[in-house]
Design a protein around this ligand. Structure first.
Ligand SMILES: Cc1cc2nc3c(=O)[nH]c(=O)nc-3n(C[C@H](O)[C@H](O)[C@H](O)COP(=O)(O)OP(=O)(O)OC[C@H]3O[C@@H](n4cnc5c(N)ncnc54)[C@H](O)[C@@H]3O)c2cc1C
Ligand code: SF4
Length: 338
């Protein structure tokens, strides 16, 4: 384990002041990702600034009919919160599909957004990795790449973002509230995570001296017709090969509004406005769902070990939309819509 200093932040302004004063410092919330990365010497912060006692652990209703979720609300509290269960069950399902009960008790809302990729080479300091060490190369492109991206990858990096919660937040059009030395700002969820391009070392558009204070959900929760479908190697404690957050608003059998976000396929939760637009105004049936899947996956590209994900994603999208349309979020098969 590397040597580092430890301090506790007294309030939000103090947290921002401390991080701005030391570019090599890191915030620590639940520690479930950061401590692992420090043990592997992938992260080597000079100082840990403990934010776990900041008053950012409440879920409150907003004037616009949505919810403001404090950055320190534990993943398990959020998943079981009555307002999430009633109004945003897609988010609750996605959180409960991730990690284990013990980890979800420790993991925070802000930390979940900033968890780092699970690319094996990123954790293995004996191998080149552009994300860990810029310009060193990407071991995954010609190495083991079963878990890797099929959309939005670059020459520099083909890693995926591992979060389940973020896939639902993307589908729900959440916003991220942050505080920094220049004051507060809000980042649309679609702009929060980045594609790798030539700078895969940057996962997000959060600045190094900014603190996530909250995540805001808009009023629309898609509580009637939704599904979070996670396909993985074993039923618990495994990251998604492909996951799908599907949400529909129906007028009888016609789709009024559709949301589709994929996890496990790209460097960020993947949404495609064309695929969602193609669903609006159509009957909720397999032909419409297949069209949306084909549109969303039109630029998908597999590598040596992950080409199977393209067909897996296509089938997953159709199944998730079918379950959402049938209002059977956890069912394995379709009864009503054929
Ligand atoms: C074995 C295992 C299995 C897992 N399986 C899954 C899974 O299936 N699905 C899934 O989605 N996740 C999974 N996880 C990941 C888990 O959800 C994350 O580790 C967790 O959400 C991170 O939250 P944390 O509070 O512990 O973050 P920390 O480890 O404390 O911090 C993570 C990063 O976020 C930064 N940070 C934290 N809070 C803030 C803030 N408010 N503002 C600015 N920066 C901040 C830290 O500086 C650090 O860089 C798994 C983890 C483990 C260890
Ligand atoms: S895919 Fe990205 S994280 Fe994995 S080895 Fe390549 S550069 Fe590193």
């Amino acid at each position: 384990m590397i040597n580092f200093q430890y301090s506790r932040a007294d309030n939000i302004a103090d947290a921002v002041r401390q991080i701005a004063a030391d570019p090599a410092a890191k915030f620590i919330a639940g520690g479930t990702n950061l401590i692992d990365l420090m043990k592997e010497e992938v992260e080597r912060p000079s100082r840990l600034i403990d934010i776990s006692r900041l008053p950012l652990n409440t879920v409150a209703e907003t004037a616009g009919g949505g919810l403001r979720i404090g950055a320190l609300v534990p993943n398990s509290d959020l998943a079981y919160h009555p307002l999430i269960a009633q109004r945003y069950p897609l988010l609750g399902s996605a959180i409960l599909a991730g990690a284990s009960a013990q980890l979800r008790n420790m993991a925070s809302t802000g930390g979940n957004l900033l968890q780092r990729t699970r690319c094996y080479y990123f954790y293995d300091t004996a191998t080149p990795c552009n994300k860990r060490e810029p310009s060193s190369g990407c071991s995954a492109r010609n190495g083991l790449n079963r878990m890797h991206a099929i959309l939005g990858a670059s020459e520099s990096c083909i890693a995926t973002h591992p979060s389940d919660m973020c896939v639902a937040l993307a589908a729900l059009d959440a916003k991220v509230h942050v505080a920094g030395p220049a004051g507060e700002r809000t980042i649309a969820f679609s702009e929060f995570h980045r594609l790798p391009g030539k700078t895969p070392e940057r996962d997000t558009n959060l600045r190094p001296d900014e603190l996530i204070t909250a995540v805001e959900l808009p009023a629309r929760g898609f509580a009637a017709n939704y599904t979070y479908l996670k396909i993985r190697d074993r039923l618990s404690y495994a990251f998604a090969l492909v996951s799908i957050a599907a949400a529909l608003e129906l007028d009888s059998d016609t789709i009024k509004e559709a949301r589709l976000a994929l996890g496990g396929v790209a460097h960020k939760p993947w949404r495609d406005p064309e695929a969602e637009a193609a669903l609006r105004g159509r009957p909720a049936n397999p032909a419409a769902f297949a069209l949306a899947a084909d549109l969303l996956l039109r630029d998908a590209k597999g590598y040596a070990h992950n080409a199977f994900k393209i067909d897996l994603a296509r089938r997953g999208i159709i199944r998730a939309l079918t379950q959402a349309a049938n209002a059977t979020p956890q069912s394995q098969s379709s009864k009503k819509i054929r």
